[in-house]
Design a protein around this ligand. Structure first.
Ligand SMILES: CC(C)=CCC/C(C)=C/CC/C(C)=C/CSC[C@H](N)C(=O)O
Length: 485
């Protein structure tokens, strides 16, 4: 009887807005921290995985967005193991560095010959360029211990600072300046480094050095992907989080006027015209009708797991004491996937010299990279004449240009993404905690955008939400991992 009299706190109700790798990981970590003391709603009107997506070409699926994972990415590695997902590794492929007119380097199939060619052009920089990301990673992996021990950070700068002072400094200087400080030559930066940055972020070494180094880590020879598609991780995270998936689009998050520390989330069916839009278009009836299918729901905390920028944010934040301003913009990237036969001469190659991957060292070209793709399942690394090719470009590639690149096209798909932030050196890195109980996971993308970075952001905001709910800065703390002797 006595036990019945003890008042128990009701479960926390938390909204996660966005079903990409970050949002699904946040739901997973919330469930891990709160156990049965939480009810999670995850809002995602489109597919689970967000920028992790596959495209179907001739009955096979191909990665269309985030495609590679680094061997040191512990969260992604652990998720794959826990969910029984296997790794696939890239095929060993030929590569060329293209300036629009000519190739400054093309690989052969003999590793020693390639090293000699690269060494003749770039000297020891070739070797050192592989070592430099590894050195930064030594500091980066400290985040796993800090997060295991329950440390959480209200802003991105503090998270970087907890790993090392140097990481924060790197976000304030260009990749060029940082690498010059390390003694790299201008030629190495304008060719080798440029090609990795163009391929991974469609940007130049003017981007800040921390994300520049992530892009260089993205040229590691031991990268992997998830068999069946990287989006499989997001799907499994959602399943294991026990969150309710709401196929609705969120238009507004408001601080509750009646109950302190509560939030109202306004959402509508994905295909509905937003009321204001409908009214503006003079569709009075539509406006009335849509109003009726709108829903509001109260929450104790809200995690925004979607990019917020001044120019593209569709979610309004209202009734907060402070005015939020989100600066910067995301880089538009066009992904064109073609199944067909390439015309090598259109890429300044002889008929018998077609390369599997063309990386660019001239940022003014029509494309950022042009490469042969293997399906996400059962890759065979074949080199048949009819292949599937993926082109990343800053703008849509016109049909007549595709007809020049390909002598025959069986299938062509194009997707436009706002893929990652446009990086500079004077960017404010942003806050994870916008107000107590309101969190922005994607702030971490201003330090660097990659699957593992989103998962780190997810763990951080889940910890912040847990500490806030428990009203205890030590909540979620675990004893330190014992250092190996
Ligand atoms: C600070 C350093 C050197 C590394 C941090 C660890 C990390 C986040 C490594 C990721 C490397 C990687 C796979 C980069 C690819 S760039 C993003 C790309 N566009 C994609 O996701 O496909």
């Amino acid at each position: 009887q006595l036990l019945h009299d003890i008042p128990t706190k009701p479960a926390a109700r938390i909204a996660v807005i966005g079903g990409g790798i970050g949002g699904t990981a946040a739901a997973y970590f919330l469930h891990d921290l709160f156990g049965d003391e939480v009810l999670i709603d995850l809002y995602e009107p489109d597919h689970i995985g967000g920028r992790l997506a596959t495209l179907s070409v001739a009955g096979q699926e191909y990665e269309a967005g985030g495609s590679v994972i680094h061997p040191a990415n512990q969260y992604m590695k652990n998720f794959a193991a826990q969910f029984g997902l296997s790794h696939t590794t890239p095929c060993s492929e030929s590569v060329g560095l293209f300036n629009g007119e000519d190739y400054v380097f093309t690989s052969s199939n003999i590793a020693l010959v390639d090293f000699a060619k690269l060494f003749l052009r770039y000297g020891w920089d070739v070797y050192r360029l592989q070592k430099v990301p590894a050195a930064v990673l030594q500091d980066f992996i400290k985040i796993y211990k800090l997060q295991h021990e329950g440390q959480a950070f209200k802003d991105v700068a503090s998270l970087l600072l907890a790993m090392s002072k140097e990481m924060l400094r790197m976000t304030q200087m260009s990749t060029t300046d940082w690498l010059m400080e390390q003694g790299f030559s201008p030629l190495t930066i304008s060719e080798l480094v440029m090609s990795a940055l163009q391929c991974n972020y469609g940007q130049t070494p003017e981007m800040h050095a921390f994300v520049g180094l992530i892009a260089l880590a993205g040229a590691d020879s031991n990268l992997w992907s998830v068999e069946g598609g990287n989006k499989r991780v997001a799907e499994e995270l959602l399943k294991h989080s026990r969150a309710s998936l709401l196929r609705r689009r969120v238009a507004q998050v408001a601080h509750s006027t009646s109950t302190p520390r509560k939030f109202m989330v306004w959402s509508h069916e994905p295909d509905e015209p937003v009321e204001a839009e409908a009214a503006a278009m003079g569709q009075k009836d539509a406006a009335q009708e849509t109003k009726e299918t709108w829903r509001e729901q109260e929450y104790d905390a809200v995690i925004l797991a979607t990019p917020l920028t001044q120019d593209s944010t569709k979610i309004q934040l209202v009734n907060f004491t402070q005015q939020f301003s989100f600066s910067g913009h995301y880089e538009p990237i066009e992904t064109t996937i073609v199944r067909g036969v390439v015309r090598p001469e259109s890429l300044m190659l002889n008929d018998d010299e077609m390369l599997d991957n063309i990386l660019v060292i001239n940022p003014r070209l029509m494309f950022n990279s042009f490469g042969r793709q293997q399906p996400v399942k059962g890759r065979k690394c074949d080199q048949e004449a009819v292949g599937v090719w993926k082109i990343f470009s800053p703008h849509k590639i016109p049909e007549d240009l595709l007809d020049i690149f390909f002598q025959r096209r069986e299938v062509t798909h194009a997707i436009s993404w706002l893929a990652y932030p446009h990086y500079s050196t004077n960017q404010t890195l942003g806050d994870f905690e916008l107000a107590p109980g309101l969190y922005h996971l994607n702030a971490i993308e201003w330090a660097g955008s990659a699957m593992e970075m989103s998962v780190i952001g997810a763990k951080n905001v889940a910890l912040l939400a847990y500490k806030q709910w428990k009203n205890d800065p030590d909540a979620g703390k675990k004893p330190p991992i014992k250092e190996e002797l």
